[in-house]
Design a protein. Structure first.
Length: 113
């Protein structure tokens, strides 16, 4: 089931950032899976990813940036609707927040004047 992005103010800035990642986990039928893909954008709290497989809202996945070598646990919080430019994308949010992308994010008031 596809959901619409939240129409509320974002908690943090989004950065257009392409990073090769490996997604893994267990699907609804208890089958293990693994997919290599890339980010569309990232934030302090999560990311949007391209995907070739279906995911469910609330599904927990492991994400590993290919070039960075560490992993993190994320929850699927948004699924792009078919027929839109966000089709084949998912939004994920940290289950365990920490520095993950290897970059420093700007302060929240950056760019506001």
């Amino acid at each position: 089931m596809a959901t619409q992005p939240h129409l509320q103010q974002r908690r943090s800035s989004r950065l257009q950032f392409r990073c090769r990642v490996k997604i893994s986990g267990v699907d609804a039928e208890e089958n293990r899976f693994s997919e290599e893909t890339e980010t569309v954008c990232i934030s302090k709290f999560g990311a949007a990813l391209k995907t070739a497989r279906p995911y469910g809202m609330g599904q927990i996945i492991t994400v590993q940036p290919v070039d960075l070598g560490h992993t993190g646990q994320f929850q699927v919080v948004w699924i792009g609707q078919p027929g839109t430019r966000e089709a084949d994308q998912i939004g994920i949010e940290w289950v365990d927040a920490r520095s993950f992308w290897g970059i420093e994010f700007p302060p929240e008031d950056w760019g506001r004047r």
